[in-house]
Design a protein around this ligand. Structure first.
Ligand SMILES: [Zn+2]
Length: 148
């Protein structure tokens, strides 16, 4: 996502559109891009610095840490913000900033039921297992009695 500084008018510029997924290399870690990155960003140049603010979204396929099923998650960056000094080149590549914000908003331990649309198989199973094996556990109390 390269910005040509000459194309930014004094009053700023609004950019909106789709770009190739900037985190394609994460496929090796089981994070697969689904479709392009969508962005909606306002840009401007003031006193030798470029600022940008807006929102990003990128749909990815993740693997649930509980049931190991794949599911689709939308990474949303509602307040993407960049402020970077301009030193030399006439183009500024926003891709590193976009990547960083997407990675920060990526769930570290993805659960397929996080968005509420799906019911995680693993969660259902553990709940059933817990209900089946739930018996009163007095062992700690018994030990206490013996000691006193
Ligand atoms: Zn799951």
């Amino acid at each position: 996502m390269k910005v040509h500084l000459k194309q930014i008018p004094p009053e700023g510029l609004h950019l909106e559109g789709d770009e190739e997924c900037p985190i394609l290399e994460l496929e090796a870690e089981g994070i697969r891009c689904i479709g392009p990155l969508h962005y909606s960003i306002d840009l401007g140049v003031t006193s030798g610095a470029l600022w940008a603010s807006g929102s990003l979204s990128q749909a990815v396929e993740l693997r649930c840490v509980a049931c190991l099923e794949k599911f689709v998650h939308e990474i949303r960056v509602p307040s993407f913000a960049v402020h970077t000094e301009l030193n030399g080149p006439e183009t500024v590549d926003l891709t590193p900033f976009v990547r960083e914000d997407l990675l920060l908003n990526l769930p570290a331990h993805p659960h397929c039921d996080k968005d509420g649309d799906l019911v995680c198989n693993a969660r259902q199973l553990t709940m059933e297992a817990q209900a089946a094996t739930r018996k009163p556990d007095w062992s700690a109390l018994d030990k206490l009695k013996l000691e006193s």
